[in-house]
Every structure is written in structure tokens, then in C-alpha cells.
Design a protein around this ligand. Structure first.
Ligand code: SAH
Ligand code: SF4
Ligand code: F3S
Length: 435
């Protein structure tokens, strides 16, 4: 019997890359590859990369540099770069790092087995097309192995919004939605294999139009699958939150009370310069409508500080907006100029100013996050258990509001969904007892 070949995949960036990496591993499984946890014994290394900020993109080159020794020791080791850096800098990667055999953009993963076979014959391969066909349809079917209680499922890709700071419309292409019946088939298959919570993914997931009633229509059909207990979705754009999706937050029990709804900034002047196509007041009004149907909804957001021309006054408007919303969690970043995007050409805010604003912003967000987490103490919440904790006899799971919850308990297994009474709130997680 031939030895299986070993595949090491390292994933950077967003959840969509996590999902893509799983699917690539499955597709290469058909060619006899099994996954390994370290690059050291790999026959193929695949970096699934992110181009969103300069730091993320630079990591790829330093990581590739580390593989030099491995490639010298094992000349037929194949090294591939996938994902958004591959799309944006394909030829440049080949030029800067000659040990790369294969570059494949995010819309061409279904061609991976073919590219890998050719790259194995000594040729260098590059595929960064945006083909018409659906890459997911052409990836081999998932093997029927059991899996953990939570899963990602990509339903939408790409972006037509062109925010002035963002590379995604260039690296992932135009908005496309997968037809609802294919999504439902994949979801049923996941549930048969033990999944109880599905997070629907898309760069603009609520722009989904693979169902006549949009994302809300898809969610309502998914909610009918027996055994599927929880549905989440990410990432949403405020302008694509339609009436039906707002209503679903009020009356669809399986849709969890947590919504990631990035706003980026609180100053209308900056929102306009960012090309976000909405004002701060419109965003706040939207949140009011969501909270009217689901009062305990936890909101999460993304923020950029130090966007070109952002003044102290603009920045304070962001703090004010955060004060008005009260976020359950948030991600915040210093603006990073990206080649080819309009904002990169504008007058930049000094680095020290960006650092200062980021600290102030994160202090406020940290306080809010902790306050909302502390407010869970004494409440009873649903927890989907995922794994054993660090302490003996302890299990860890996620609450409906996506808080990590530690519970000392006997006889609870990963995949069990139980009511838990919260008794304590730590720095990053809650402690509870079975109710
Ligand atoms: N589609 C999502 C976000 C995708 S990128 C949305 O529209 O909300 C994830 C986050 O990275 C963005 O929300 C933004 O906050 C941040 N980001 C994107 N480009 C950036 C840049 N050039 N510099 C700093 N942060 C950036
Ligand atoms: Fe980027 Fe804006 Fe599209 Fe989000 S909506 S992916 S931030 S261009
Ligand atoms: Fe990064 Fe591409 Fe996701 S740039 S954030 S991996 S869509």
C-alpha cells in the first residue's frame, strides 16, 4: 500500500478562509492527502492567506521564508499559496519567493487537485481567474466523517460595496450567492454528522439572494431541519438588513440573539469618505428596530481608527456612537493603506495618533463588553457544549449570546445543549452550573 501524502494547511484571515481550508483539505483528500498538524513532515504546505491589512499580508512572506530548510531537505515538497494574497499578488509571490510551486486564488479551489498534480511534475502553477462555475459544486463531496457540534457554511461570496479602504471586492470578486437547495443539502449533511450549530458565512452575507426571500428565507428553511439547534450568520452590512431579516430576529427561535454589524466609524463625514453609503443616525435607527423585536440582542462591530483625514472630532463621534449602542463584543483596527484602494492615496493620519485612538477606543469597548458579560450573572442561558475544559470534570461551551461558559459537570458531552445558570464572570468567560 502506498503511504498517504501529508498536507499541512495554515489559515489566516476571516472565517471564510477557515471554511475554504476545510473544503480544500477534503478536495485534496481525494488525491490521497491526509492532514498533518506540522509543516515538518508535510509533502505539501498550503498557506490560505489574508490581504486585509498590510501586517496580515506580510506574515505570508515571513512564513514562507521559514520553509526554506524544509524544501532543501525534501525537494519534492510542494508549497502553495491560496486565499486573498494569492489573488492580489499572485505573480509577485512567485517572483519574491521562488520556493512557491503553486498560487491559487479564492475562486479557483476546485481546480486545486489538477493544479497540484501539474505542480508535482516540476511546473509552477498560477490560477487567479474568477471562473463562472461554482467552486463549491466542483469540490469533491465531504467525506461522511463525524465532526464537532459547530460548523461554518459559506452561502455568499464577494462584495460590490467598494468601501474606500477595503481590498475584498478585488480579492474575492463580485457578490455571488449559492442556491438555497445546495446550502440546505450541505446543512442536512452537516447535521447528520453531528453539527448542531451552523454559522452562515459571506463577505456580505445579508446580501444573499440564493433564496427568493433572501437570507431570512434561507434561515427559515434551515430552521426546519430537525437536529439543527442554532443558526448564526456573519458578516452583515447595515444597508442589507431588510425587513424580513429584522423580523426573523424576533420570531425565529433558532436564530441566536447575536449580530455582527460593522459600522467602522461614527462621523458622517468619515462614513461618506469611506463610501459606506449610510449615516450614523441610520445605523442607530436600524439597531433600534432590531432591539424592538429582540430586546436582548447582543451587537458586535468592526471599527477603523485613523482613516485618512479623521480628526479628533471625527474620532469622538465614533466614541459617541459606541456609547449609544453598547456592544457585546467588537473588533477594532488601525487603518492600513492597501494598494489599489482609493483611501490609500489620501492624506494619512500619523501612526502615533492612530495608536492613541485605538487605545481609547478599545478601553471603551472593553468596558462595554465586560459590563454586558457581567450582566449575565444570575441568568439562565442555553449552552452548546463543545469540548472539555482545562480543569478535570469541566466542560466548555458557548451561550446563545456567544459567551464562552465553563461548567463543572458530569455526563455532559460535546454537542449537548443544556440550560445553565451563570454564577460568575471572569476576564474572558463566564462560569455556570447546570440548571
Ligand atoms: N465585509 C465585512 C468586513 C470584511 S473585512 C464588512 O463589510 O463589514 C473585516 C474588517 O476589517 C472590516 O470590517 C474593517 O473593520 C477591517 N478592515 C478592512 N480593511 C481595512 C484596512 N484597510 N485597514 C484596517 N482595517 C480594515
Ligand atoms: Fe470590504 Fe466594505 Fe465590502 Fe465589507 S462591505 S467587504 S468592508 S468593501
Ligand atoms: Fe482576509 Fe480575504 Fe477574509 S482579505 S478577511 S481572508 S476575505
Amino acid at each position: 500500500m502506498t503511504q498517504p501524502k501529508k498536507l499541512f494547511i495554515k489559515t489566516y484571515g476571516c472565517q471564510m478562509n477557515v471554511y475554504d481550508s476545510e473544503r480544500m483539505a477534503e478536495a485534496l483528500g481525494g488525491q490521497g492527502y491526509v492532514e498533518t498538524a506540522t509543516p515538518d513532515d508535510a509533502d505539501m504546505i498550503l498557506l490560505n492567506t489574508c490581504h486585509i491589512r498590510e501586517k496580515a499580508a506580510e506574515k505570508v512572506y515571513s512564513e514562507l521564508g521559514r520553509y526554506k530548510g524544509l524544501k532543501e531537505a525534501k525537494p519534492d515538497l510542494k508549497i502553495g499559496v491560496a486565499g486573498c494574497v494569492a489573488q492580489a499578488e499572485g505573480r509577485e509571490i512567485m517572483r519574491r519567493q521562488p520556493l512557491v510551486d503553486l498560487v491559487v486564488g479564492p475562486q479557483s479551489y476546485h481546480r486545486l487537485p489538477e493544479l497540484t498534480a501539474k505542480a508535482g511534475q516540476g511546473a509552477k502553477m498560477l490560477d487567479t481567474d474568477f471562473p463562472e462555475e461554482d467552486k463549491f459544486e466542483h469540490l469533491s463531496a465531504r467525506p461522511k466523517a463525524a465532526r464537532g457540534p459547530t460548523a461554518f457554511l459559506t452561502v455568499q461570496e464577494g462584495c460590490d460595496k467598494f468601501c474606500a479602504f477595503c481590498v475584498v471586492p478585488y480579492t474575492r470578486g463580485a457578490e455571488v450567492s449559492r442556491p438555497a437547495d445546495r446550502v440546505l443539502t450541505e446543512a442536512r449533511d452537516l447535521v447528520e454528522r453531528g453539527v448542531r450549530e451552523i454559522t452562515l458565512l459571506g463577505q456580505n452575507v445579508n446580501a444573499y439572494h440564493g433564496h427568493p426571500r433572501g437570507l431570512a428565507g434561507l434561515i427559515r428553511e434551515l430552521a426546519r431541519i430537525d437536529g439543527l439547534a442554532r443558526i448564526r450568520f456573519t458578516t452583515s452590512h447595515p444597508n442589507d438588513m431588510d425587513e424580513e431579516l429584522i423580523a426573523a430576529h424576533g420570531d425565529c427561535d433558532k436564530l441566536m440573539p447575536y449580530l455582527h454589524l460593522p459600522v467602522q466609524a461614527g462621523s458622517d463625514r468619515i462614513l461618506k469618505r469611506m463610501n459606506r453609503q449610510h449615516t450614523a443616525a441610520q445605523y442607530l435607527a436600524l439597531i433600534e428596530r432590531l432591539r424592538a423585536v429582540r430586546p436582548d440582542l447582543h451587537l458586535s462591530g468592526d471599527f477603523i481608527v485613523g482613516f485618512p483625514e479623521e480628526t479628533e472630532e471625527d474620532f469622538r463621534a465614533t466614541l459617541d456612537l459606541i456609547g449609544a449602542v453598547r456592544y457585546g463584543s467588537a473588533f477594532s483596527f488601525k487603518y492600513s493603506p492597501r494598494p489599489g484602494t482609493p483611501a490609500a492615496e489620501r492624506a494619512q493620519v500619523p501612526e502615533a495618533e492612530k495608536d492613541d485612538r485605538l487605545q481609547r477606543l478599545q478601553a471603551l469597548l472593553g468596558q462595554q463588553q465586560k459590563a454586558l458579560q457581567d450582566a449575565m450573572v444570575g441568568r439562565e442561558v442555553g449552552v452548546l457544549f463543545e469540548k472539555t475544559g482545562r480543569m478535570p470534570g469541566q466542560m466548555v461551551g458557548k451561550s446563545d449570546h456567544l459567551h464562552a461558559v465553563h461548567v463543572a459537570c458530569e455526563g455532559v458531552r460535546p454537542g449537548d445543549l443544556r440550560q445553565v445558570r451563570i454564577v460568575d464572570s471572569g476576564p474572558n468567560s463566564l462560569k455556570g452550573v447546570l440548571a
